[in-house]
Design a protein around this ligand. Structure first.
Ligand code: PEP
Ligand code: MG
Length: 733
């Protein structure tokens, strides 16, 4: 029987609204193979009200977050009067309005938690079903009203969907750093030129005093942030505010501001004009270092104006969600020190260094929220769900209560996961896997150790090179790398040789240039042109290791020529080292993160001591999905058969050469993928440190043997949905 016939059948049996909706949602969910079908109606005031949902008890895959989202999608579909299909990483949603001629009756939302998209045919079926259901619903409403002795009231169509409306809005971006936070929006990088220009000039002596006070307060702010950054992150990172402080102490700057006041300007206007002049002079120079300094001047100008105009938002950062265009590492460090709740950025993906830093610092973040500037206003209440990649703007009390509940549940789950911290990573049928951490800053190392990482599978060494004006000296690098040995004294640390370029660009340097394309000048290719940088780093690592094991990981290897050249440079750096206490016999590994390296993995494996598959880049290059582009995020699918098959080939190649192989890309945080990697013969997994206890708990609840029996069949599947479904089934066995 088709859906239309089934609806007619329902009407023949029941007459009032509630049972009609209950039966209709059941039939629609069933016929369109959805795990949840929710119907929403428009009431007589034009509000969208939840009517009824049908979800079989087994539909655990659709979580509470998406249940809330179904309501938002219904509201949107109703307001826009058209169907909508959207897809997250694992969830597919389709929705259609119930339209009765031009009267909006409500909407139906279908969700699938297994990531299978709704086909065009299924979407069409939903649209026609909704058109039929609209009439049935409206008739049932009239009968219900008459039964109650009331006069039926036609529903009022809601206001058209508007980007600037006052109501609750849900914005989708990339879940860049997990966690939920609620706070008022605070924009960063917005200047207050109007207030500065309009401000009234008092007597020059008073205006000069205002300037000096603003300078002093700004100076104190910067010192405070610097100290907090040094305490919470590390000293190297704290130095990033050095140029702000130098400029603030510049007597020429003060002199110019005071002269402007002498000519009749108010304190804010004088500050604004003089710093704007400095900025304007630097802005046209295309040198990346000078461009970065221009940004520092802009930032300083905002800080001084904040103080002189007494609009010190920074004091409020602690309760706020900071809204910015992008998330550079320096901003994360500063905001962490100021106690920010969460970050929302208009651009960016999930793996840039600023984002990785936010994750290390435990700051929830959503990036790539393109609609943000038009929808969010300063001071708006925002809910940031960094796990689902959602931002709820101006949430209702009900939504706030829902998210507070989710937050409490997440806290309880964290306590539950923590019980697994000190246990080895082991499946329910007793198979061990080495679970390590990906780290980038000192804070990560501490979290990794505290969460029970067995080692560091990937030490990203780029941060100290990215966030400061000058590259760290050999001595500074030795101090940084020694911290890793202090926290992991057995020395199971895989230090990656500098991987500059792509998302890890060095703004102020000729090394790595400005942000270069992912397909261009990056990684080991850059170091070939800067042998001194590579030499210093290798020597610093050898000195930090002393007599402990030293493991070096060469990134982005795409040919044997590159590998051999990099190895020769490492050997030369070590033999040029005349310090007796240094590790001269490192183990050398290659990262397999480009498709060419997969093809020649066996040849590479024979020339190194170990392999590490970097799936973040491998997916980017194999699936042609820019990891920084949020529009590409849904396509970056770890269940794509090509990805698992590539990893399988690398595992076979490594085994053939008798070399260990691990995976250090973020896909391994998913328990089903982690188990699949184990079934493919991957011996170690390295993930973001905060995910370790949860992954240990998940592995302890799954058996490897059933998956080992079916993994060959799963590898032969040809689409991502089938792979995801087969994995889910095998993991539950
Ligand atoms: C990778 O590419 O998978 C990887 C682990 O390295 P990064 O994310 O630092 O590029
Ligand atoms: Mg990489």
């Amino acid at each position: 029987m088709n859906v239309r016939k089934e609806l007619l059948h329902i009407v023949e049996q029941v007459h009032s609204l509630a049972p009609i909706l209950a039966a209709a949602t059941r039939v629609i969910a069933d016929r369109l193979a959805a795990e949840r079908c929710s119907a929403f109606l428009v009431d007589e005031h034009g509000h969208v009200a939840r009517a009824v949902s049908h979800a079989p008890p087994s539909s655990g895959a659709v979580d509470g977050v998406l249940e809330v989202e179904a309501e938002r999608i219904a509201a949107r579909v109703i307001a826009e009067r058209r169907s909508l299909a959207t897809r997250g990483v694992t969830t597919a949603i389709v929705a259609a309005p119930m339209l009765l001629r031009d009267t909006l009756v409500g909407a139906v939302v279908l969700q699938r938690g297994d990531g299978r998209e709704f086909s065009a045919e299924e979407r069409e079926t939903l649209a026609t079903t909704c058109a039929q259901l609209a009439g049935i619903v409206q008739n049932a409403r009239i009968i219900d009203a008459l039964d109650r002795g009331e006069r039926p009231v036609p529903p009022v169509s809601p206001q058209p969907f508007s980007a600037t409306g006052d109501g609750e809005r849900i914005l989708r971006g990339v879940g860049a750093s997990p966690g939920i936070a609620i706070g008022n929006s605070l924009f960063r990088g917005v200047f207050r030129l109007d207030s500065a220009a309009e401000s009234f000039a008092g007597v020059p002596a008073v205006e000069r005093a205002r300037v000096r006070t603003a300078i002093e307060k700004t100076h104190n702010d910067l010192l405070r942030i610097q100290q907090a950054a040094a305490r919470e992150i590390d000293e190297e990172h704290a130095l990033i505010f050095a140029s702000h402080l130098l400029l603030l102490n510049d007597s020429v700057l003060l002199d110019r501001i005071e002269r402007a006041i002498g000519r009749g300007a108010s304190a804010p206007l004088a500050i604004d004009t003089v710093l704007a002049e400095f900025e304007a002079r630097l802005r046209p120079v295309s040198d990346p270092y000078l461009q970065e300094k221009t940004d520092d001047i802009s930032d300083l100008r905002t800080r001084l104006l904040d103080h002189v105009l007494d609009v010190d938002d920074r004091a409020r950062v602690g309760h706020c969600v900071v809204v910015t265009r992008s998330i550079p590492p320096s901003l994360v460090i500063e905001l962490k020190a100021e106690g920010v709740q969460a970050l929302v950025a208009e651009i960016g993906g999930a793996t840039s260094h600023g984002v990785l830093l936010a994750r290390a610092m435990g700051i929830p973040a959503v990036t790539g929220v393109a609609e943000m500037p038009t929808v969010v206003r300063p001071g708006d209440l925002l809910i940031v769900d960094g796990t689902a990649g959602l931002v709820v703007v101006r949430p209702t009390d009900e939504t706030v209560a829902h998210y507070e509940g989710l937050h409490r549940r997440a806290e309880r789950a964290r306590t539950e996961h923590a019980r697994f911290r000190d246990r080895p990573a082991c499946t329910a049928d007793g198979v061990r896997v080495e679970l390590q951490a990906n780290v980038g800053v000192a804070a990560d190392l501490v979290v990794a150790r505290d969460n029970g990482a067995e080692g560091v599978g990937l030490y990203r060494t780029e941060f100290p090179f990215i966030v400061r004006d000058a590259f760290p000296t050999v001595g500074e690098q030795v101090r940084i790398y020694r911290k890793a040995y202090e926290l992991f004294p057995a020395g199971r640390i895989h230090f990656r040789i500098l991987d500059l370029g792509g998302d890890k660009f060095v703004a102020g340097s000729t090394v790595g240039g400005a942000r270069s394309a992912f397909h261009g000048y990056r990684s080991i290719r850059v170091l070939f042109d800067y042998p001194d940088v590579l030499r210093d780093q290798v020597q610093a690592l050898a000195l930090a290791a002393e007599d402990r094991p030293l493991r070096l990981l060469i990134p982005m290897v795409s040919s044997l020529e590159e590998l051999r050249r990099a190895k020769a440079m490492i050997t030369a750096a070590l033999s040029a080292l005349d310090e007796p206490r240094a590790q001269r016999a490192p183990e050398i590994g290659a990262m397999i993160e480009v498709p060419a390296a997969v093809e020649i993995a066996g040849d590479i494996a024979r020339e190194v001591d170990f392999l590490s598959v970097g799936t973040n880049d491998l997916m980017q290059y194999a699936l042609v999905v820019d990891r920084e582009d949020p529009r590409m995020a849904p396509l970056s699918d770890p269940y794509h058969p090509a990805i698992l098959r590539m990893v399988a080939r690398v595992a076979v190649a490594a085994k053939g050469a008798g070399k260990p192989v691990g995976v250090c890309g973020e896909i391994a945080v998913r328990p089903d993928v982690a188990l699949a990697l184990m079934a493919l013969g991957i011996e170690s997994l390295s993930v973001v440190p905060t995910a370790i206890p949860e992954l240990k708990q998940a592995l302890a609840g799954m058996r490897l043997a059933p998956l080992q029996r079916t993994i060959a069949t799963i590898l032969a599947l040809s689409d991502a949905s089938s792979v995801a479904a087969a994995l889910r089934e095998a993991c539950a066995a």
